[in-house]
Write a protein that binds this ligand. Structure first.
Ligand SMILES: Cc1ncc(COP(=O)(O)O)c(C=O)c1O
Length: 399
């Protein structure tokens, strides 16, 4: 907020206003617009009595500072009134791991979508397995049918929509209702839409995970993760992250907070530009399928339209059958699209992918090479001209 106020609580604010005001309290900081970056470990107490009683709003750098509080409050505001707590983690993968470890114990069974982000899958198959937690992967399109996979020891269901790399949409309210009916909690990797375009906790998710590395940061210079919990899971989340000593460096938290201020305008542009490029690609003779749930022709479009309020700049394509070398020639000829992991920055990216051997509950056999695009903030006509150059190189390589 920008003014001192002792009036009634503010009315519910719209997302763009929450982005501009969330986590800010200028008059606690001499009127400065932004919350200062506290580089802090030790915090001094006025007396031995205060120290023994842990008296004071803050106790120790790892346990929270005005900087971490500002970022947590800003994220909590975006997740809405159902959000009871936010934990900050050093990466999106760490956020997924922390959310899982908050609610699972030895002997538990976990259901995970087959379309999950691959390193999350690796965490389940290695660390969770080592602690005696078993994972079953399920078809992302299962919907209410998830009930049939639940056993008396199923403690959690992990969803991600759209799916990593392959962009399947999941019916999250239906899955959540089935999970809750059998006493399981629902965790979601909500990085693609984020709290701006999918308020996960309002749709039945108990723990919503976001890689802040992507659009919170928005500039490809930050690693950050966040977990937002509802009232049912907030204590478990905060108890676990506190006990495990998980925290984020102050400059990284500040980059996340700074990025949030412009996330609304950036995402609107990523959404519009992404769809424009996706539509252009759909009309190309070399392209067999575009994987983008906001396209009317996508099999997941009805669910996207019902549950989500926007799309980010990330989608995929499947090319018609051709040698991988032709797809590589396309990628290598692009000058505005970088080839690299992650996404969510201001710059465009294009990477080849193949999850044929990664999936266990479903079969990925698209028939041709596949590419994932991130559409950045460049002028769309320049991006399309670059893609045209890529297709020319593909044709030359195919000869
Ligand atoms: C869907 C999804 N979830 C989680 C992550 C992991 O985030 P981070 O790179 O911040 O660990 C990624 C990274 O690419 C991702 O694409």
């Amino acid at each position: 907020m920008n003014k001192k106020s002792d009036t009634e609580p503010a009315p519910a604010l719209k997302p763009d206003t929450l982005l501009a005001t969330g986590g800010r309290d200028p008059f606690s900081h001499h009127g400065y617009v932004n919350t200062p970056v506290y580089h802090a470990s030790t915090l001094l107490y006025p007396s031995a009595e205060d120290f023994l009683a842990h008296r004071g709003r803050y106790q120790y750098g790892r346990r929270g500072t005005p900087t971490s509080e500002a970022l947590e409050n800003a994220i909590q505001g975006l997740d809405g009134p159902a959000c009871a707590a936010v934990a900050l983690l050093p990466s999106g993968l760490a956020a997924a791991a922390a959310a899982l470890l908050s609610v699972l114990r030895t002997g538990d069974h976990l259901l995970v979508t087959d379309s999950v982000y691959l390193p999350t899958r690796k965490f389940c198959d290695t660390v969770l397995a080592r602690f005696g937690i078993s994972t079953t992967y399920y078809d992302p399109l299962i919907g209410a049918g998830i009930a049939a996979l639940m056993t008396p020891s199923t403690r959690a269901v992990f969803v991600e929509a759209p799916g990593s790399l392959t962009f399947e949409m999941q019916d999250i309210p239906a899955i959540a209702a089935a999970a809750h009916a059998k006493g399981a909690v629902v965790l979601m990797d909500n990085t693609w839409a984020g709290p701006l375009y999918f308020r996960a906790l309002d749709k039945g998710v108990d723990l919503s995970i976001v890689s802040g590395t992507k659009y919170f940061g928005g500039h490809s210079d930050l690693m950050l993760g966040a977990v937002s919990a509802n009232a049912a899971t907030a204590k478990a989340l905060k108890d676990y992250t506190g006990a495990a000593g998980l925290c984020v460096g102050p400059d990284d938290m500040n980059l996340g907070l700074r990025g949030l201020r412009t996330m609304g305008v950036r995402l609107a542009r990523h959404h519009a530009a992404g769809l424009q490029v996706a539509r252009w690609l759909a009309a190309r003779p070399e392209v067999a399928r575009v994987l983008h749930p906001a396209l009317e022709t996508d099999p997941g479009h009805a669910i996207w339209k019902r549950d989500f309020t926007g799309a980010c700049g990330l989608f995929g394509i499947v090319l018609k059958p051709m040698p991988q070398a032709a797809a590589n020639a396309f990628l290598n000829a692009l000058t505005l699209f970088g080839i690299g992991a992650s996404w969510g920055g201001y710059e465009s990216l294009a990477v080849p992918f193949d999850v044929t051997t990664a999936r266990t509950a479903t079969r990925w056999a698209p028939g041709g090479p596949a590419i994932r695009f991130h559409i950045g903030l460049e002028d769309v006509s320049d991006l399309i001209a670059d893609l045209e150059r890529g297709f020319a190189a593909m044709a030359a390589a195919g000869k």
